[in-house]
Design a protein around this ligand. Structure first.
Ligand code: 5CA
Length: 436
């Protein structure tokens, strides 16, 4: 992509309303623009990252056996009356009336709607287990939206819903999602710790939050340091097999949010292993049995000919929140440092002197890299080299390939690794080969 033909409204100064670094950097790097409180336009650079995060989430949901669909954002109030949540949900729910004065709402979550879809088609235990998920915009009228996309009013969520015949099988569905979450966040370059959590308005009796440690996190957490060194389940994990060992491994070391913290149990952790920190909740999974299937009549016929309400769970990931969480975990004083898997582009190509002999080398390197499928953002603007370096460091692409008159005197260009700061002088060919 040539920067001269892109749309990247980088801000020079730090917006005063931004209180945390991820909010500041997303605004300055031209990734989002607030359209109203807690509601953002996703500008091209931010949208590219959002799509990459979404793809990783989809890949790991699919690997675990979940099936993707897409439900609407606008829901009929009647569905929420069936579950009894319409009034209970409170002021966070954006209630709408259509032209026929029908009561609607902008969905804050989809337990009722997915249960309605399920009950319309599934009648037999033979159709189970089933896990249906979508990635869809939600609206929650937060009384105090803040920290940019971290606590928005309109936000993108992956929400999955599992349907099983009995508690034991529903627990297996819960374990599949637990393992899928471990893989998902690790692939984004994050360390997200599963912690026993409160069930809140979603309900149920079993819940874990996945927390990314960050000093600006809203959650206060307590954990045994050993949990930070556990291995992430591999690509070859058998999701149809027994995952209880992995769950056991990840739920043995102490880890709890402040709502669930047990000072006595934490006392048993060796002093040098105790960590109390702040964290960002990037995912939250729940088992809530028949809380929705009972009142909404989502039942299946068992092998013995008995009708039973299905056992359910729901599993959320804050897809748009993850951009903020990743930046909180991956930045320095010069800007963002994107993990390779979610970076908007792989290489930032900097032409230090547009209109000089640098142009020709840039064009050939750009063509080579693009042909090899490397995503390049080529800063071909007629601005100063200093501005180009500052912008490239701010937007945080993993590599910079710098073409300058001095380097070209010895037939060399410079490759910089944004994360380590390492610089290397190479011939253009060697630089291209290094970056493919
Ligand atoms: N206001 C918000 N802004 C951005 N992300 C949010 C917001 N509220 C929740 N999230 C993200 O969405 C995830 C799931 O939200 S939740 O309320 O915990 N769970 C549910 O809604 C369940 N229906 C899971 S399917 C959270 O872990 C968090 O990462």
């Amino acid at each position: 992509m040539r920067l001269s033909r892109y749309f990247l409204p980088i801000l020079k100064e730090t917006p005063k309303e931004a209180e945390i670094v991820s909010h500041r950097l997303m605004l300055r790097a031209g990734m989002i623009r607030q359209q109203s409180a807690g509601i953002y336009a996703w500008l091209p650079l931010g949208h590219r990252v959002l799509n990459k995060i979404q793809r990783i989430v989809e890949e790991e949901q699919n690997r675990s056996g979940a099936v993707q669909l897409l439900m609407p954002t606008i829901q009929p109030a009647d569905l929420w009356r069936e579950s009894g949540r319409y009034d209970a949900y409170g002021k966070e729910m954006l209630r709408i009336e259509d032209r026929h004065e029908r009561e609607m709402l902008f969905g804050p979550t989809n337990e009722e709607m997915i249960t309605d879809i399920f009950r319309s088609y599934v009648r037999s235990y033979k159709d189970l287990p089933l896990n249906l998920y979508h990635i869809q915009w939600k609206f929650r009228d937060e009384v105090r939206p803040r920290f940019g996309v971290m606590r928005g009013r309109e936000f993108l969520m992956k929400d999955a819903y599992s349907f099983d015949l009995d508690k034991e099988r529903s627990t297996e569905a819960y374990r599949r999602m637990f393992v899928a979450y471990l893989r998902t966040f690790a692939r984004m370059g994050l360390t997200a710790i599963p912690m026993k959590a409160d069930t809140g308005p979603i309900g149920g009796d079993l819940s874990h939050e996945f927390i990314v440690l960050a000093s600006t996190g809203e959650s206060e957490v307590f954990l045994d340091k050993d949990i930070l060194d556990l291995p992430i389940p591999g690509e070859d994990t058998d999701f149809d097999g027994d995952l209880s060992g992995i769950i056991e491994q990840w739920t043995t070391p102490y880890a709890a949010t402040d709502e669930m913290h047990d000072e006595a149990a934490f006392g048993a952790v060796a002093e040098d292993k105790k960590v109390s920190a702040r964290g960002i909740e990037v995912g939250h999974i729940f088992h809530f049995g028949t809380k929705y299937s009972e009142p909404m009549g989502a039942k299946v016929m068992t092998a013995e000919g008995k009708e039973v309400p299905v056992q359910m769970g729901s599993y959320g990931i804050g897809v748009s929140r993850l951009l903020g969480a990743i930046i909180e975990a991956c930045h320095d004083d010069d800007g963002i440092i994107w993990p390779k898997e979610v970076a908007p582009f792989h290489v930032g190509l900097i032409n230090m002197k547009a209109g000089s002999e640098c142009d020709e080398v840039c064009e050939s390197v750009y063509a080579e890299l693009e042909k090899a499928g490397v995503e390049v953002l080529y800063d071909d603007r007629k601005t100063s080299a200093g501005q180009k370096f500052a912008s490239m460091d701010l937007i945080g692409l993993p590599y910079q390939l710098v073409v300058g008159p001095r380097g070209l005197k010895t037939g060399e260009v410079e490759v910089k690794d944004r994360a380590t700061g390492d610089r290397e002088m190479l011939t253009p060919e060697a630089a291209v080969n290094k970056l493919i």
